[in-house]
Design a binder for this molecule. Structure first.
Ligand SMILES: [Zn+2]
Length: 353
C-alpha cells in the first residue's frame, strides 16, 4: 500500500489567546527558535512604543528596530540594519506594514520570522508574501512563511476597530475566491489544490457564520485563526489563489485607479466578494454575505466608502487587468461598461441599498 503524504510549510508555533504576548520569550525559547533570546524586533515608531515598554523587560536579549513606513526601501534598510547582529530570529511586532517589512528583511538576511500581529486587518500575517510599496505602486514579494505566529487577543482588543473589521472582509472574500478557483477548474482545467481550498473556504465560512462581533473574544479567536489558516492555505497552494479572485482584482483596481481615496484592503475585498458572488448567480449567498458585512459595519456599496456608481463601474471594468492570467467570474463574464452597470443595479436592489 503506498503511503504518500506531503510536508506543508507552516509555522512551528501558532499561539492565539489572551495574554500570549507575555509568554513570547519563553515560547520562542521552548521551541528552540531563539534559545538565547537574541531577537531583532521590528516595531513601529509610533504606536509600538507602548508595546516595547511592556515587552522589553521580558526580552532582555532583544534589539529593537523602529520601522517608519511600508515601502520596499524601508524593508531593505531594515535588513541592512539587522544583518550584522547575529540574531536567532526576526520578530515583526505590529500591524500589516511592520510585519510585511519584517518578513522581507528576514528573508533577505536568511533568518526565520516571528509574526506578532497587533491587529487583524488582513490575511498577510502568516502568508508567504510580503506586500510593499515601491516606485511602481505596490509589489508582492515571495518570502518564507513565518516560523511562529503570536496573536494576543488582549492586544487586538486595543487595536482601532476599523483595522480589525477589515480582516473580516478579507476572510469572507475567501468564499468568493475559492468559487473563482472552481470556475477556473471547470472552464480552463486549472488544477485545484483541495486541501488549500478547504482551509481557505472553512476559514471564510467560520467567520461568515459566527454570530459574534469584534467586541467578543470568541469571535476574535475565530477571525484570527481564520486569517492564519488562510495564510497557510496560500503556502499549500503555492500562490494566493485560495484567497484571491475577483474580490481581490476589484480591490487592486480601487488601489490603482484611486490611490489617494482607496479604502482598506479588507473593506474593498469584502465589497468585491459580495458583488462577485452576485455576478456568479449565487444571489442568496451574496445577500447573506452583504448582511454579515453590514452587521460588522463593513461597506457593501461603493458609496459606503465614498465612491460613485460610475467610479465603481470603472473599477470593475479595470479589475481583470490587475491580475493577468487569473481566471475569475470577471474574466468569465467579460462584461462591458453597460452590462456592469446593469449588474450593479440588480445587486444593489437585491441587497437593499
Ligand atoms: Zn486579501
Amino acid at each position: 500500500m503506498p503511503v504518500l503524504t506531503r510536508l506543508i510549510p507552516s509555522p512551528v508555533v501558532v499561539d492565539i489567546r489572551d495574554g500570549a504576548l507575555d509568554d513570547l520569550g519563553s515560547v520562542l525559547a521552548d521551541q528552540r527558535i531563539s534559545s538565547a533570546g537574541k531577537l531583532a524586533v521590528a516595531i513601529s515608531g509610533g504606536s509600538g512604543a507602548r508595546l516595547r515598554e511592556r515587552l522589553a523587560p521580558a526580552l532582555p536579549g532583544a534589539t529593537w528596530y523602529e520601522v517608519n513606513g511600508g515601502t520596499l526601501d524601508d524593508a531593505i534598510k531594515l535588513a541592512d540594519a539587522m544583518k550584522s547582529g547575529h540574531y536567532d530570529a526576526v520578530v515583526g511586532l505590529g500591524g500589516g506594514k511592520i510585519i510585511d517589512c519584517a518578513k522581507f528583511a528576514a528573508a533577505r538576511i536568511g533568518l526565520p520570522l516571528v509574526a506578532v500581529a497587533t491587529n487583524l486587518s488582513h490575511d498577510g500575517l502568516c502568508s508567504p508574501v510580503a506586500t510593499l510599496d515601491n516606485d511602481a505602486g505596490r509589489g508582492s514579494y515571495g518570502v518564507p512563511n513565518p516560523i511562529a505566529v503570536v496573536i494576543d487577543l488582549g492586544v487586538i482588543r486595543q487595536a482601532p476597530p476599523r483595522f480589525v473589521r477589515s480582516g473580516i472582509g478579507d476572510a469572507l472574500s475567501n468564499i468568493s475566491a475559492v468559487a473563482d478557483w472552481e470556475l477556473a477548474n471547470r472552464e480552463k482545467g486549472e488544477q485545484i489544490d483541495g486541501l488549500a481550498a478547504a482551509m481557505a473556504r472553512q476559514a471564510g465560512e467560520a467567520v461568515l457564520r459566527h454570530p459574534g462581533d469584534i467586541t467578543d473574544d470568541g469571535f476574535l479567536q475565530v477571525l484570527a485563526e481564520g486569517l492564519v489558516l488562510t495564510g497557510i492555505a496560500m503556502s499549500v497552494a503555492g500562490d494566493s489563489r485560495p484567497a484571491s479572485g475577483a474580490c481581490h482584482e476589484i480591490n487592486h483596481a480601487f488601489d490603482l485607479l484611486f490611490p489617494k481615496r482607496a479604502a482598506s484592503h479588507g473593506e474593498q475585498c469584502g465589497l468585491g466578494a459580495a458583488f462577485a458572488m452576485y455576478l456568479r448567480g449565487a444571489h442568496q449567498e451574496s445577500a447573506f454575505m452583504a448582511e454579515v458585512l453590514r452587521r460588522h459595519r463593513l461597506p457593501v456599496l461603493p458609496q459606503d466608502i465614498g465612491f460613485s456608481v460610475d467610479e465603481f463601474v470603472q473599477v470593475v471594468e479595470f479589475a481583470p487587468r490587475t491580475r493577468p492570467g487569473r481566471y475569475t467570474i470577471l474574466e468569465h463574464l467579460d462584461l462591458n461598461n453597460d452590462e456592469i452597470r446593469d449588474a450593479y443595479a440588480d445587486y444593489a436592489k437585491a441587497i437593499g441599498s
